[in-house]
Ligand binder design. Structure first.
Ligand code: FE
Length: 236
């Protein structure tokens, strides 16, 4: 282990995808950053999915899945909706724009730059994850927008959930505190790790920069995963 500097792996670049599947009347979607094309002829892709994830069972059961390539302007809470909830407890696709693909699989179109469907050709047991290798059977471009990269997602304070292949345990990415920082405390979402920083100046937020956590409205929710104020703890 001592030969592995975890930061060496952090420079691998990825995109952000919603991988959807269905089986026996159930459908679900989850965030994955590990969709890659592995061959051109025939067009084949691979994706690593955690064995504990609900979508894993659906892909294993039906042998098909779809992937939506999320665009740069995808809101963080859209990613949080698919990344920090489980389809065991809710219908994550309810109210989200999606169609039905040629395999019968739900194909998510909301915030997507392009979408494709694939039929599983082989699987690799990778321990915590299964790598599904699959033949692409349909694909289309929806907008000329640019795909979001994993680095852009992290730059917007998005976090990897515990079951992601790229999960970083707490304490491995402590930020240097800039000098002259406000004394107002930061608060961390215990569900997804999002940090509320009163000094942040997010133009899309209707919260004024400089608003202390305590002064946020009672109905304020985590912009990433939707958790309430009670799920936040002061940062150490
Ligand atoms: Fe959260």
């Amino acid at each position: 282990m001592s030969d592995i500097d975890p930061k060496a792996l952090w420079s691998i670049s990825y995109g952000i995808y919603v991988v959807t599947s269905f089986h026996e009347g159930k459908a679900n979607g989850q965030i994955a950053n590990t969709v890659i094309q592995v061959t051109a002829e025939p067009p084949r892709i691979a994706v690593a999915i955690n064995k504990e994830n609900y979508t894993h069972g659906l892909i294993s059961g039906s042998g098909v899945f779809a992937a939506a390539v999320l665009g740069e302007s995808t809101p963080l809470n859209f990613i949080g909706h698919f990344g920090f909830n489980t389809g065991r407890d809710m219908d994550k696709l309810s109210g989200v724009a999606a169609g039905e693909g040629v395999t019968g699989c739900p194909v998510l179109t909301e915030n997507a730059v392009s979408v494709f469907e694939a039929r599983v050709f082989d699987t690799v047991d990778a321990g915590t994850h299964t790598v599904f290798v699959a033949d692409v059977v349909s694909g289309r471009v929806l907008t000329d927008g640019r795909p979001m990269t994993y680095a852009q997602y992290h730059a917007r304070k998005g976090k990897a959930p515990r079951k992601a292949p790229t999960y970083r345990p707490p304490g491995t990415e402590k930020e240097e505190k800039p000098k002259g920082e406000s004394s107002m405390k930061k608060y961390v979402c215990s569900v997804c790790g999002y940090v509320y920083d009163p000094a942040d100046d997010d133009p899309k937020s209707d919260i004024k920069p400089g608003t202390a956590f305590e002064d946020l409205p009672d109905d304020w929710v985590c912009p990433v995963c939707g958790a309430g104020k009670e799920d936040f703890e002061p940062e150490e």
